[in-house]
Write a protein that binds this ligand. Structure first.
Ligand code: PEP
Ligand code: MN
Length: 288
């Protein structure tokens, strides 16, 4: 990244990973592994409630759901908008989980700030510099996904916009890039993730859902990400993937997600790490 003037995103010699606080006592970057889970899109009160309860029960640390969806086709489901954000905030406070949702446009900022703990900037907006500048001033943690055509340098420079704009609470998320091979939805760049962990002080999540596009590959790639030193995961879960309005083929069922959470403990233990503490469902008044 020589000659670009970037200074804030790098890890100085011996510097610890920046710890980003998400709310409800949860932080990312402190060493313990954090799992952010939920449906690609918020579709209804019932779908969100069932999915949120299931991920909470399995030990997820934060809840993610899209209310504004950046769909490739204008005819695909675009998200519920504000009513969806409201449902997400309700589940977050009921289950005591920080909530994450994607912002598509700076004009949505006041609305988003009313409902979400963490602002997600999606792959398609990674280099939307006016959005980055606006979000930098919002005073809320940001989850910055890697653009599917972005180099590692470009990704870190996008993060630099947020840091330069006054927001130090930035979490990166590797979600796969587009390569010559179109067999899978994307190509998960785990080596790139590990390089970024070395070079940058920012915490990095891996998204095994968009990087594969295939349900059966989500758990193995999630475990590989944990073994390779990621700070956590962003993973799509749906109470009924066959009926999902968005990204159903890559969604884990609640049962598969539970299996992933158990398997993570073994992988993290083997590398001297552990899952972040998660308050059990019964402690927040859940029925199960
Ligand atoms: C998503 O997280 O649902 C999403 C649209 O991801 P990406 O921006 O990585 O494509
Ligand atoms: Mn999705």
């Amino acid at each position: 990244m020589s000659g670009t003037g970037a200074t804030r995103v790098w890890r100085k010699s011996g510097e610890a990973t920046t710890r980003v606080h998400l709310g409800h006592g949860l932080s990312v970057g402190g060493g313990d592994f954090v799992v952010v889970a939920g449906p690609c899109a918020i579709e209804s009160a019932e779908q969100l409630e069932k999915t949120s309860g299931a991920v909470k029960q399995a030990g997820a640390h934060a809840l993610r759901g899209g209310a504004f969806k950046p769909r490739t086709s204008p005819y695909s489901f675009q998200g519920m908008g504000e009513p969806g954000l409201k449902l997400l905030a309700e589940q977050g406070s009921k289950l005591r989980l920080p909530v994450v949702s994607e912002i598509l446009d700076a004009a949505q900022l006041p609305l988003m700030l009313d409902y979400v703990d963490v602002l997600q900037i999606g792959a398609r907006n990674m280099q939307n510099f006016t959005l980055l500048r606006a979000v930098a001033k919002a005073g809320r943690p940001v989850l910055l996904k890697r653009g599917f055509g972005a180099t590692l340098d470009e990704w870190l420079l996008a993060a630099e916009y947020l840091l330069d704009g006054g927001n130090d609470d930035v979490i990166l998320c590797e979600r796969g890039v587009r390569t010559f091979d179109t067999t899978l939805r994307n190509t998960l760049d785990l080596a790139g993730m590990a390089w970024v962990k070395e070079k940058s002080r920012l915490p990095v999540l891996v998204d095994p859902s968009h990087s594969t596009g295939v349900q059966s590959l989500v758990t193995p790639m999630a475990l590989a990400a944990a073994a390779a030193g990621a700070d956590g995961l962003l993973v799509e879960v749906h109470v009924n993937p066959a009926e999902a309005l968005c990204d159903g083929r890559q969604a884990l069922t609640p049962a598969l997600f539970g299996g992933l959470m158990s398997a993570l403990q073994g992988v993290l233990g083997a590398t001297g790490r552990k899952l972040a503490h998660a308050e059990p469902l019964h402690a927040v008044g859940g029925t199960r």
